[in-house]
Design a protein around this ligand. Structure first.
Ligand code: ADP
Ligand code: MG
Length: 296
């Protein structure tokens, strides 16, 4: 396979003194809830004239994620961000290397994590409340407990009164809130979000960013969040992981220099914002330009 293997250094999110913030959350000896070590991913696609073509999507990715952190992934399109989330969810296996969740290698689907993608995947034949209750049904919770829990979570995102609406009767923002609480209700310690607010208009996006931060802050949940929007990454995250152009590897991990709780509506006004944004954009732009040059 045409890739060069080199010993991977773990870019350390753990350089900072750390106390597990999820009570009882198991971690690896490094104190990580998610460990990615020397991960390579080769996809084999159908090439010209029926042949097969190997494509290196991820190249020696190393990452440790501490529990309770909000971590964003940014990088040029096609650099393997979604592939890495899929690996954490156990939907895709690495070609080489290992991923561990709470210290144990990920084998098969990782049902312990919640996953929210760009599409909300609501079941169209179910009402909002029935969609929110799905995971609790799988857990075998009795109907009255399900109803009680669903009502609590629906109220958290301001959707009380819409319980009996079907997805097609809801706005984009309401559908996204429903998808969010449908995942939060089963209380996963780790939530994967792949460009979740991508399809929304700019104003709804910021409102949902604010709601997400309020729902998350203080819970100790770990969030891995993929976005193309650097302002969104800065506003939400503790750390931003910058991927190189394909084949993707981690170019840099930044600590976001903004205190919490954050005001996403006025994030630009923070004195550290402009300098941090410029640095992030400069480093990302370099990768995008190189990727474009390589494609031409
Ligand atoms: P990103 O989310 O950063 O845009 P992806 O992880 O979706 O990137 O994809 C990384 C690369 O791997 C892309 O070139 C994509 O076309 C390729 N890829 C992803 N999934 C598959 C697959 N199942 N089969 C073949 N190639 C794939
Ligand atoms: Mg993607």
């Amino acid at each position: 396979m045409p890739f060069h293997r080199r010993a991977g250094k773990i870019p350390s999110l753990l350089a900072f003194r750390f106390t597990p913030s999820v009570p009882g959350c198991q971690v690896s000896p490094d104190g990580a809830v998610i460990e990615v070590r020397n991960v390579f991913k080769v996809f084999v696609a159908r090439g010209d004239r029926g042949g097969r073509r190997a494509f290196l999507a991820l190249h020696d990715v190393n990452l440790l994620i501490e529990p309770g952190r909000f971590v964003s992934f940014v990088g040029p399109s096609g650099c393997g961000k979604s592939t890495l989330l899929n690996m954490v969810a156990g939907l895709v296996r690495p070609t080489e290397g290992v991923l561990r969740y709470k210290g144990a290698p990920i084998r098969g689907v990782n049902t312990d994590v919640g996953y929210i993608t760009q599409d909300d995947n609501l079941l169209p034949w179910r009402t909002l409340r029935e969609n929110v209750e799905v995971a609790l049904e799988f857990r075998g919770l009795p109907a009255n407990r399900r109803r009680e829990q669903a009502a609590k979570y629906i109220a958290m995102v301001g959707l009380s009164g819409f319980e009996h609406h079907y997805p097609h009767e809801l706005s984009g923002g309401m559908r996204k809130r429903t998808a969010l609480v449908r995942t939060l209700i089963y209380e996963p310690d780790v939530i994967l979000m792949d460009e979740p607010f991508g399809p929304l208009d700019a104003q709804t996006r910021v409102i949902l960013q604010d709601e997400l931060l309020k729902l998350w802050y203080g819970t100790g949940k770990t969030i891995l969040f993929v976005t193309h929007d650097l302002v969104e990454a800065i506003a939400l995250s503790d750390q931003v992981v910058l991927f190189s152009r394909a084949p993707g590897t981690i170019k840099h991990i930044y600590q976001v220099p903004l205190p919490r709780p954050r005001d996403v509506f006025h994030i630009h006004a923070h004195p550290s914002f402009a300098e941090f944004y410029d640095r992030l954009w400069r480093d990302l732009k370099e990768e995008i330009i190189e990727a474009d040059l390589e494609a031409t």
